[in-house]
Design a protein around this ligand. Structure first.
Ligand code: PEP
Length: 264
């Protein structure tokens, strides 16, 4: 089944108001050209830091760019006494449609466990956001042949947290991001990527049924750049990319968008 690819930019902790504005305008204007020429083959998402989301969304909506806006994290709770946190309703309020959850930097630096990520997935659906759940192994796990042993429980923690309705479940996005390939310039080979993506698809099929699993998009993330994007995006079970470093340069991000295989 053909899934509409999603190309998502994770800006991480980068982007003051002025630079964020410049970046979104650079990407947005070029997307409008591609739309006019009917050359846009994918859905495009940018995930700025919290402080720039409102500005970015205002620009996207006022200029009519073909782009969605998302958050990079959210709290499990609704509004209340949680100093320093941002909840899903707040993300929705500033125009977010998606939220990245369980990024390896959240797991590594902020102690997010599989259980916490599962709870956040539930909260995201509750608050009307589509979660992009990141999974991936560290280098030591891959070298020990434990890649799937790490990814399986990461996915298992999410399954009981999904909504009942199949139509909502199928909007879930999973991003396979081998930790050793994030921000390192080290690439996972297309064979390594397809192997893990095929496992994820099989896992989702067993847990959620073939129909739902066939609709769920599985993104690849980890040093995706213009030079390697076409080979990765053409893989059978790769339905787009989650891009860090290359999402901060409009030309690179656009080149990745252009690398999507043409739709049938
Ligand atoms: C990421 O942070 O999600 C990511 C994939 O980063 P990079 O593209 O820089 O490896």
């Amino acid at each position: 089944m053909r899934r509409r690819p999603l190309i998502a930019g994770n800006w991480k902790m980068n982007g003051l108001i002025e630079t964020a504005q410049e970046l979104v305008e650079g990407i947005g204007a070029a997307l409008s050209d591609r739309e006019r020429e009917r050359k846009l083959q994918c859905e495009v998402l940018v995930c700025p830091p919290f402080t720039a989301i409102h500005t970015v969304h205002q620009t996207v909506s006022s200029k009519g760019y073909s782009m969605k806006v998302g958050g990079q994290n959210m709290d499990v709770e609704g509004p209340g006494a949680r100093t320093g946190e941002i909840c899903g309703i707040m993300l929705r309020n500033v125009g977010c449609r998606y939220v990245i959850l369980g990024h390896s930097e959240r797991r590594q630096f902020f102690g997010e466990t599989n259980e916490i990520v599962g709870k956040k997935v539930e909260a995201a659906f509750r608050d009307g956001l589509v979660p992009i759940v990141c999974v991936g192994e560290e280098l030591k796990d891959r070298e020990a042949g434990r890649t799937i042993d790490v990814i399986r429980p990461q996915l298992e923690a999410v399954m009981p947290r999904l909504p009942e309705e199949a139509s909502k479940r199928s909007t879930l996005v999973v991003a396979y991001e081998p930790v050793w390939a994030i921000g390192t310039g080290k690439n996972a080979t297309p064979e390594q990527v397809q192997e893990v993506h095929a496992f994820i698809r099989k896992f989702l099929t067993e847990k959620l049924g073939a129909d739902t699993a066939s609709k769920i998009r599985i993104l690849y993330g980890g040093s995706m750049k213009p030079a390697n994007a076409a080979g990765l995006l053409a893989l059978e079970d790769v339905d787009g990319g989650l891009i860090g470093g290359a999402a901060l340069k409009a030309q690179d991000f656009l080149a990745i968008i252009d690398a999507n295989p043409a739709s049938d």
